[in-house]
Design a protein. Structure first.
Length: 512
């Protein structure tokens, strides 16, 4: 690493930030700053949001002198008055041999524009990611309209990948925010690689763990026998489950759930339904919380909505009552974040889970062995990417042999066990302690050092044990890279069973 011509401040910067970008950088553990155009010369990396006012001259002068820029194709087209084509497909996949080949797919609920410009070159033509070198700096263009993605709360039934023909499905958020985040972080890594400079961030997981495991249980009218069997397995394998209790049966709460040595009780509503109305949601939630209070259960931190549904009226009720919520209708298979409501963040953190339950696998005609293999693959994939493993379960779905196999698998790996409240607390602290760092005389100096930081340099990484060091002081390991399955597109194929599953879902909700 040659620092003689290197700008010294390496954290991402904005001239004008945005809530989606703040979300993504918080998730990736990257500290960022808002700077003025007069201070650009001290910084190496600039993100141009779609709402940033910047001239071509300012942009090109920054890049020419060694700066790195990440900008959307939409903003580029407007800034350069470039010709463009529309791409109407909302399902993107990567080129097999590109830097982005670990991105198996991206679902975005909007068409994209990509520029027709001979001065830019594709990095991944299928994902519509482009680059342009100016002087000793580089610009990377990405295809997303982040406002449209993060302010779109629509859902759809989505298939989830497996090697078999019939795939499980669930109604989840239409946009895969996790894939957008992963792709944009790869764009950042790609730019830092170009300048041969390190990237320092907070680790995804607590110190010494490759991943964490949270086990969410939605009681959903469980029988006493099934609830006790579930709890017995949790106690046998020392799994600190979080029980999301619906309050339709007071006797079950008083005589069963209150007697469990469980680490956390959370709330799953009174009536098993979510309304698109503030008053109705408030009444439903308050009714259930009052029942719990009468049994000596209060001050709950977590909420999970029936059917994984999420909407703004529900969020507005939760805002003053709960610390975190968990709805795959807002997000799934992702890192925690605060939902964006118009021009501000919600007060309630979303903790996404993997949305396929044993019940959904059973409905897709999986055998017990196939279920075990499915979850084993999910666990291995999460471990491979050092991301959290958060699964959920309904006791009445049974298949306790599968649940036991999941616990055995989890216990055999270097994974931390957390209740969802404990994970929430970890994540709040992580957001507050993102590292600020500079380069000075070949030394990397971290202002706000914590013991859970990671350095990424030329596709290698290491944990950081002190607040100032040179690259020669640390041992870097190659970052593993997974490749997308060759038949990934099958998850986007329409299937007649979806009509049946949607009808079953509708009929079940009507009964509530």
């Amino acid at each position: 690493m040659n620092t003689k011509k290197l700008k010294t401040r390496l954290n991402p910067t904005f001239l004008k930030s945005s809530l989606p970008w703040s979300t993504i950088l918080d998730q990736e553990g990257l500290h960022w700053n808002i700077i003025s155009k007069n201070n650009l010369s001290d910084h190496v990396f600039l993100i141009i949001t779609d709402h940033t006012f910047v001239s071509k001259n300012t942009l090109e002068n920054f890049v020419r002198s060694g700066g790195l820029v990440l900008i959307s194709t939409k903003k580029w087209i407007n800034l350069y008055n470039s010709k463009y084509k529309n791409f109407s497909s909302t399902f993107l996949s990567s080129n097999p041999n590109s830097f982005f080949s670990s991105i198996d797919f991206v679902n975005i609920n909007h068409s994209i524009k990509y520029p027709i410009d001979i001065t830019i070159n594709p990095i991944d033509s299928k994902l519509h990611i482009y680059e342009k070198v100016i002087g000793i700096g580089k610009i990377v263009l990405f295809p997303f309209d982040l406002d449209k993605i993060y302010l779109d709360y629509s859902t759809k039934r989505q298939h989830f990948y497996d090697h078999r023909h019939e795939l499980p499905s669930e109604v989840v958020a239409k946009n895969t925010k996790s894939k957008v985040r992963q792709l944009l972080f790869l764009c950042i890594r790609y730019l830092y690689n170009f300048k041969n400079i390190p990237l320092v961030r907070s680790n995804y997981n607590p110190t010494n763990y490759k991943s964490i495991f949270c086990f969410r249980i939605d009681t959903d009218f469980s029988t006493k026998e099934n609830a006790i069997k579930t709890n017995d397995l949790c106690e046998k394998y020392s799994i600190p489950a979080t029980w999301f209790i619906e309050t339709s049966n007071i006797n079950m709460i008083k005589n069963v759930y209150k007697n469990f040595k469980t680490a956390e009780i959370a709330f799953h509503n009174d009536r098993h339904i979510i309304y698109n109305d503030y008053v109705l949601n408030k009444s439903n939630i308050e009714s259930g919380l009052n029942k719990l209070k009468s049994l000596g259960i209060s001050n709950l931190s977590g909420f999970a909505a029936p059917f994984g549904e999420w909407n703004i009226p529900l969020n507005n009720v939760l805002n003053n009552t709960f610390s975190y919520s968990s709805e795959f209708g807002y997000d799934y298979d992702n890192l925690p974040s605060y939902p964006i409501i118009k021009d501000r963040f919600s007060n309630v953190m979303q903790i996404p889970i993997h949305p396929i339950s044993i019940g959904r696998l059973n409905r897709s005609h999986y055998s017990s062995n196939e279920m075990t293999e499915y979850y084993s693959n999910i666990i291995e994939n999460k471990l491979y990417n050092n991301e959290p493993i958060i699964l959920y379960f309904h006791p009445n779905n049974q298949f306790f042999d599968v649940l036991e196999n999941i616990f055995k698998k989890i216990k055999s790996r270097n994974i931390g066990f957390f209740t969802m409240k404990e994970y929430f607390d970890f994540w709040v602290n992580r957001i507050k302690n993102k590292p600020k760092y500079i380069i000075l005389d070949d030394k990397i100096i971290i202002d706000n050092f914590s013991k859970n930081l990671e350095i990424i340099y030329n596709n290698k990484s290491s944990l950081i044990k002190k607040n100032n060091f040179t690259l020669s002081d640390i041992f870097l390991r190659s970052i593993k890279k997974s490749d997308a399955p060759s038949d990934i597109k099958k998850i986007n194929k329409k299937n007649w069973r979806n009509i049946l599953y949607d009808f079953e879902r509708y009929r079940t909700k009507r009964r509530m």
